[in-house]
Design a protein around this ligand. Structure first.
Ligand code: GDP
Ligand code: GDP
Length: 435
């Protein structure tokens, strides 16, 4: 159904090394509470055109080297329930370890694609050693080296066989799929319950293929939309343990299954760096976005509060300042339906196709007004522009020296596109091509 790949395994087998190889670089985020930076353990990558989200589960529960604690067991269960492929990593250097067997015991209970990744197999000796892991009871074993990258191609070829190959030109279903995401306690369930309280508007509940996932097909103001994963939000406190890990897994899943994400934050807490990091992931994934600052009723206000608050948020989410921001109170039903309407509008913006003639008429003026700077005597000329037939609004600028278009000019063009056409809430892509 989705494209989420989790890496599980005992400490020190090389999970984070492999994660870094897949993601390219380890992204650090600031922990708002402690003020220190820490690593982000999820990210987006792709193999042969199939995009997927990778999660390094080791980053969330720090278990000890030799005790399989309840928390780890729970975490492995969540990882497998919430992902589409599990990479079970073991270490050919140290060989089979009693903890590997504990992980295997949990994993064997599930009917999901599980691949044993026998890491640190740089030598022939260790590659042959990998065979001992067959005793864990899985038939797919891939000797790799996370450090050198050897063997990883074969592994990824197998991984993507179990994922959805979204080509980027797949049409949407025509009805916006909206996900409500955000940290625990910001008001997500209250929001969903308020919407679903309007029973007369609900068309059907669509049972998803993943356990627990119920999507609600909803009709209101003459607009149809699907709220994804309403069950997960309505059933509160399914688990109290591994809260952060669980909420991250859930969020990644929700983003994948939606066209537009409504990110809820608590007005008193403000937007956190974790929220921003999630928004960046959604942007990378090409999702529409709406920011909902909830519990606005709890903020003491004067005539400047709104503007000041908005300025701070816009600055924090920059350069994603095209995301609409709403100040709501689910409790007082303030701007709740307006938020949904905004999300639907964002979806419509995302579907928008600008006719080539209109695009060129507007953008050629923009370019004439402020042409690209010459590069080492090369005069750069953009000849024409066209919108590509992609899921995420993308524009190709055909020009003589695409390599020499500076980032600042790219931003100028993006801002101008946004100024002349309504892409509020929608990530857009610009490509420069040789003509
Ligand atoms: P994690 O605890 O499972 O995330 O493991 P790490 O990624 O932190 O790696 C644990 C240790 O194994 C580190 O010292 C890594 O440098 C080392 N390591 C990771 N991958 C490889 C590999 O492919 N080959 C070798 N020889 N060492 C590796
Ligand atoms: P979730 O964990 O994100 O699903 O959050 P909940 O919906 O469970 O809400 C957490 C708490 O915040 C509950 O006690 C809600 O009653 C409260 N809450 C939700 N929305 C609002 C709001 O707009 N204003 C205030 N004051 N409280 C709210």
């Amino acid at each position: 159904m989705g494209n989420i790949v989790a890496i599980v395994g005992r400490p020190n087998v090389g999970k984070s090394t492999f994660f870094n190889r897949l993601i390219g670089e380890r992204k650090a985020i600031m922990d708002d509470e402690s003020g220190v930076t820490r690593d982000r353990h999820y990210g987006k990558t792709e193999w042969n055109g199939t995009p997927f989200t990778v999660v390094d589960t080791g980053g969330y529960v720090v278990g000890s080297e030799d005790v399989f604690e309840a928390a780890i067991r729970r975490q492995v269960e969540i990882a497998i329930e919430e992902s589409d492929v599990v990479l079970f990593m073991v270490d050919t250097q140290s060989g089979l370890h009693p903890l590997d067997e504990e992980f295997a015991k949990v994993l064997r209970r599930y009917d999901k694609p599980i691949m044993v990744v026998a890491n640190k197999a740089e030598t022939l000796d260790r590659t042959q050693q990998a065979a001992e892991f067959y005793t864990l009871g899985f038939d797919k074993i891939f000797p790799i080296s996370a450090q050198t990258g050897s063997g990883t191609g074969d592994l990824l070829d197998e991984v993507v066989k179990h994922l959805t190959p979204t080509s980027g030109i797949a049409p949407d279903e025509g009805i916006p799929r909206i996900a409500i995401i955000g940290k625990p306690n910001v008001g997500k369930s209250s929001f969903v319950n308020l919407l679903l309280g309007e029973e007369r508007n609900i068309v059907t509940d669509i049972a998803g293929t993943t356990r627990d996932a119920i999507d609600t097909h909803y009709k209101s103001f003459g607009k149809e939309f699907i709220l994804t994963d309403t069950a997960g939000l309505r059933r509160k406190n399914r688990i109290k343990d591994s809260i952060e890990f669980y909420s991250v897994m859930r969020t990644l899943r929700a983003i994948e299954q939606s066209d537009v994400c409504i990110m809820m934050v608590d007005a008193q807490e403000g937007i956190t760096s974790q929220d921003i990091s999630i928004l960046r992931l959604a942007e990378k994934d090409g999702k529409g976005m709406v920011l909902m600052v909830n519990k606005w009723d709890l903020i003491e206000k004067d005539h400047m509060t709104y503007k000041r608050y908005l300025d701070v948020i816009r600055q924090k989410i920059s350069p994603m300042d095209y995301i609409p921001v709403l100040f709501t109170s689910v409790l007082n039903k303030q701007r709740v339906f307006q938020t949904i309407e905004t999300a639907i509008r964002v979806y419509e913006n995302k579907q928008q196709r600008v006719p080539t003639s209109k695009l060129n008429e507007v953008m050629q003026q923009v370019i004439a007004h402020y042409p690209p700077p010459a590069y080492r005597g090369h005069h750069i000329k953009i000849k024409y522009i066209t919108q590509l037939p992609t899921r995420v609004p993308s524009f190709a600028f055909f020009c003589n020296h695409p390599k020499y278009i500076p980032e600042t000019y790219r931003r100028y063009l993006e801002n101008q596109l946004r100024k002349h056409f309504d892409f509020e809430g929608v990530p857009i892509r610009l490509y420069f091509r040789e003509k």
